[in-house]
Design a protein around this ligand. Sequence first.
Ligand code: AMP
Length: 206
Amino acid sequence: MEPPQIYVERTLAIIKPDAIDCADEIEEIIYRSGFTVLQKRRAHLTPEQTSDFYAEHYGKMFFPSLVAYMSSGPIIAMVLAKENAVNYWRELIGPTNCFRARETHPDSIRALYGTDDQRNAVHGSDQYGAEREIRFMFPESIVEPIPSGQAAKDYLAKLVNPTLLRGLTNLCKQKPGDPITWLADWLIQNNPNKPCVNDKVEIVEP
Ligand code: AMP
């Protein structure tokens, strides 16, 4: 019997200026929750860039203060991948308003790290906005559909198995004391699709 198909999805997460000092803890939650971080960028957006990013909220009462807040300091933007990533990430971050989050979702990221209904620590795309927001923060990225079924098998055979085979062959030659950690380190160093991680503060140019 064919195993059930798994559809991996991407979403955009942002650690907002008020939570930047807790970025390591939030990233730890992200990894523990089973997400893969495909791309990561630290940036300081201008008010104009922030207005473009939040264009759908233009005209709302809170828009000017949202723009001022989101351009007040550095942020960390990440592309997260996982099955059902958009909904899963939104569930993990909790309701927009931190006071409500503390009542209804006390373990959520906004309940733990947010301050109020605006300074709510993190952003998560919705189903319709994810692709646009990923392109906005990572304009150089190519958002290809993630393969499934036979296409996923072909992808693994072409792009993953050869690297894995090289790693396992080297492992057998080296015979390290802790083979799992050795292989994990080897794969990080020899990943042909290394994520683009840039920890320098920069202005994003969409
Ligand atoms: P969303 O697109 O739903 O993530 O909303 C964008 C951001 O706007 C939220 O994450 C909050 O930081 C802010 N925001 C949303 N609603 C309000 C509100 N009623 N008052 C102040 N800020 C808000």
